[in-house]
Design a protein around this ligand. Structure first.
Ligand SMILES: Cc1cc2nc3c(=O)[nH]c(=O)nc-3n(C[C@H](O)[C@H](O)[C@H](O)COP(=O)(O)OP(=O)(O)OC[C@H]3O[C@@H](n4cnc5c(N)ncnc54)[C@H](O)[C@@H]3O)c2cc1C
Length: 463
């Protein structure tokens, strides 16, 4: 059983699959703070680093701790709801709960209330993992990412100090810090430590043990319109996103199909295209955007057609090419600002890079407009996912070289690679610098490989 745990708890959804389970020296699945502290003590006594593990659905491989000797602490048994407060609109929960599990419990009491962060992986991703990657879902345009929906986080560092970080004035840049070790509390305050530091920290700061998150009632059913927009070319497509952002249109659903090399999809949807739902009073503004862009076609649709389009879009990630199989070589691109106006150039560069390594572009789709944080700045743009046709001759080297080249292409264009994960290994981001600085104070024993790994080490992990 112990051996099995090393395999099972070591599994993850990323391309970094070649992990030696023997390097998971000990695996803990604590049920409460006492057991959690014992697990941290064990790691300390044996001078081993710790990798925290949620649902393993992260696409960056950060929850693997690589093939270095370590202790793994899983949140799979930390699923308690400590407080459900509808009056003040929050819940206090343990980190192992998924959004689906949390919403089920909330809706047992009040069916029209919910927690508003909904990644597509919401049935498996845990709240601890989602804050550690600052995840978002297709409602992020209005609801924000995880950090926007959190009021307080508690975590333990390697010395078993409990650190509580509370958002002040509902501002992600302001926090009250409380810590059992007064000296550490002072150091963190001097560094202006906030929830934004925990958001996207990939487990390097400590083990998150408790989270206070916002819950809200669903908006009252009002009058909403449905539409599809056919952009007819990629630069028009980017321009439409640019304008929707400029005019701050409160879309309650904004999904896109950027390209689709499958007759069953392209025949019915004609990408590049948008599937939209929005308050009726914004109908005129959206039509105006399209009228001012040559060749962009706006069409009002009814609920039935909207549901049909949304269904095609959501099933794209599971659909294979007419011949062969799809794979997510490089899952996400965050494209924003003036870059939206040269969308065709960016897609051409991405597709040329894919082809250079024998990956045939298959489909691209994404949430737009959407938001994510980059180095503490809220970015508004598209989070675009890409799926490729799996080459017949596939080696770990091809996969890894292609990804490294795609990251360079992103850097050249100012595109954010994998916005859900901020490509955590990239050493030239402000986020990386900040995490290095913070781990100097908090100890360097949580997920240290993430901040100091070499490309060769990562390449070895690709299956
Ligand atoms: C099919 C699919 C669809 C997806 N869709 C989306 C999407 O729409 N939006 C999106 O944002 N992401 C999406 N993702 C990515 C993934 O679901 C998120 O990154 C998710 O937030 C990871 O949560 P997890 O619990 O699985 O964490 P894991 O993968 O287990 O870990 C992720 C990171 O969090 C750290 N961590 C986990 N728990 C703790 C803890 N208690 N304390 C400290 N650190 C911790 C780990 O060390 C690791 O660094 C998708 C993934 C898949 C496979």
């Amino acid at each position: 059983m112990e051996k099995l745990n090393r395999y099972i708890i070591g599994a993850n959804a990323s391309i970094f699959q070649k992990i030696d389970p023997e390097t998971n020296v000990e695996v803990f699945m604590p049920r409460n703070d006492i057991e959690l502290k014992m697990a941290i003590d064990f790691a300390k006594e044996n001078d081993l680093p710790i990798t925290s593990k949620g649902g393993g659905s992260g696409m960056s491989g950060a929850c693997t701790g690589a093939s270095r000797e370590k202790v793994v602490i899983s949140s799979m048994r930390l699923k308690k709801i400590h407080e459900l407060n509808f009056e003040e609109g929050y819940v206090v929960v343990e980190p192992g709960l998924t959004p689906d599990e949390l919403n089920y419990e909330i809706q047992q009491v009040k069916p029209n209330w919910k927690f508003f962060v909904a990644p597509s992986s919401r049935d498996i991703a845990t709240l601890g993992g989602i804050i550690s990657t600052d995840g978002g879902g297709n409602d992020a345009w209005l609801a924000g990412t995880m950090v926007d929906n959190i009021q307080e986080v508690e975590f333990f560092d390697y010395d078993n100090n409990l650190i509580v970080v509370e958002k002040i004035d509902n501002d992600v840049n302001k926090a009250k810090i409380t810590c059992s070790d007064r000296k550490l509390e002072k150091q963190l305050k001097e560094k202006d430590f906030t929830l934004l530091d925990i958001a996207g920290s990939h487990g390097v700061l400590g083990f998150i043990s408790k989270i206070k998150v916002d819950i809200k009632p669903l908006p009252e059913a009002g009058k909403e319109n449905y539409a599809v927009i056919h952009a007819n070319n990629l630069n028009n497509f980017g321009k439409i996103i640019y304008e929707l952002i400029e005019l701050d249109i409160p879309l309650t659903y904004g999904e896109t199909i950027v390209e689709a090399r499958h007759p069953d999809i392209s025949g019915e949807t004609h990408p590049p295209m948008f599937i939209l739902k929005y308050p009726t009073e914004f109908d005129g503004k959206i039509k105006d955007i399209c009228e001012n862009i040559e060749n962009a076609d706006f069409t009002s649709i009814d609920l039935k057609k909207f549901e049909r389009m949304a269904d095609i879009r959501v099933k794209m990630a599971k659909r294979n090419p007419p011949e062969g199989f799809q794979m997510a070589l490089f899952e996400g691109y965050g494209i924003y600002g003036k870059n939206l106006l040269r969308y065709e150039e960016i897609i051409t560069k991405i597709n040329d890079t894919l082809r250079k390594y024998t990956f045939e572009p298959f489909i691209k789709f994404g949430h737009a407009p959407s938001v994510y944080y980059e180095d503490n700045k809220k970015i508004k743009g598209i989070i675009m996912h890409s799926r490729e046709k799996r080459p017949e001759e596939l080696t770990p080297k091809i996969v890894f070289d292609a990804i490294v080249d795609l990251v360079s292409a992103c850097e050249e264009f100012g595109v954010t690679p994998k916005p859900e994960h901020k490509w955590p290994y990239s050493k030239n981001t402000m986020k990386h610098k900040r995490l290095v600085e913070l781990t100097e104070v908090l100890g360097k024993k949580f997920n240290p490989f993430l901040l100091d790994c070499k490309l060769d080490e990562l390449a070895d992990l690709v299956l």
